[in-house]
Design a binder for this molecule. Structure first.
Ligand SMILES: Cc1cc2nc3c(=O)[nH]c(=O)nc-3n(C[C@H](O)[C@H](O)[C@H](O)COP(=O)(O)OP(=O)(O)OC[C@H]3O[C@@H](n4cnc5c(N)ncnc54)[C@H](O)[C@@H]3O)c2cc1C
Ligand code: FES
Length: 254
């Protein structure tokens, strides 16, 4: 984990209120794994850093996909190329695959698709199938990027693009034919709850990356704690920043 000074190299509007930012660093970045995130410092008006998943990375740059939801993300969207920003990275446990996980199902909802795009980069020797869900056609993103990793199904809640309905219902209709070894997912809580039910029913392990509120990002303030079932059946408070943000969907209490 390192505090790195970046320059905002590029910003691109992906759909209404969602931006992709590419941050470039002169120094080489520490090694990054799939599902890890960074903690971005905005200007002086914003005391707390803001956490964002890493969407793409190489030795000297990272890209983030950011939905504008409040003051900090609005400020970020206003910045122009060339602005200097610092970020602590990489943070968190990220997604881990075992050797037995050969066929990987990536299931993303909206901007929650972004952290899943790093999984095939960290583990290029697996088979990938991706299910990406969005509310409507104008919000569809990432189809081409995930298409490069393998079969990709896009769904919209209102049926205006791809297959119609919630992406978890679309997946439920297909899952017996797909037979994945593991599901990796990120998206809104109702979607994660539906994935948890499906994973339990079909006995397919599933891991999710969550979005808790964060303060320090280094395990000290306990703002980000979430309840996680332990092997002995007890419930323990875990810090999403350093113990997560990836948890087994079987264990986390959503
Ligand atoms: C590990 C992690 C990874 C994340 N990755 C991404 C990402 O890749 N792309 C992205 O767009 N967002 C991501 N988020 C959420 C993002 O950090 C928040 O949307 C952002 O901090 C809000 O800042 P703000 O100042 O604009 O909003 P605020 O003014 O702080 O809040 C505006 C609204 O957003 C809600 N909000 C604030 N913080 C969070 C949060 N951490 N999670 C959920 N809702 C929040 C508030 O309740 C409020 O309704 C991630 C969060 C975590 C914890
Ligand atoms: S954000 Fe402070 S402990 Fe996780």
């Amino acid at each position: 984990m390192k505090d790195v000074l970046f320059t905002l190299a590029e910003k691109k509007l992906l759909c209404d209120g969602v931006w992709e930012f590419t941050l470039a660093s002169q120094e080489a970045l520490p090694p990054i794994r799939c599902g890890q995130f960074l903690h971005l410092k905005l200007d002086g008006a914003f005391l707390l850093r803001r956490p964002f998943c890493i969407y793409k990375y190489d030795t000297h740059s990272v890209s983030l996909v950011v939905a504008v939801v409040g003051g900090g993300t609005r400020r970020l969207a206003e910045l122009s190329a060339g602005t200097r920003l610092s970020a602590v990275l990489p943070i968190g446990n990220g997604f881990t695959l075992e050797k037995k996980h050969r066929k990987i199902l990536l299931l993303g909802g909206g901007v929650g698709c972004a952290p899943l795009a790093t999984v095939p980069v960290t583990y290029p020797d697996r088979e990938y199938v991706s299910y990406l869900g969005f509310s409507r056609a104008s919000n569809v993103m990432f189809e081409k990027e995930f298409g490069a990793f393998g079969k990709t199904v896009v769904g919209t809640d209102d049926g205006s693009y791809g297959r119609g309905g919630y992406i978890t219902d679309i997946l439920a209709a297909d899952i017996d034919a797909l037979c994945p070894d593991i599901i990796l997912t990120c998206g809104p809580t109702p979607m994660l709850k539906a994935v948890a039910r499906l994973s339990h029913q079909k006995k397919i392990p599933a891991y999710m990356s969550g979005e808790s509120h964060m303060g320090c990002g280094v395990g000290a303030c306990l703002v980000c704690t979430c309840a996680v079932k332990q092997p002995d059946g007890t419930i323990a408070n875990k810090r999403a920043c350093v113990d997560g943000p990836v948890f087994n969907l079987e264990d986390i209490l959503l």
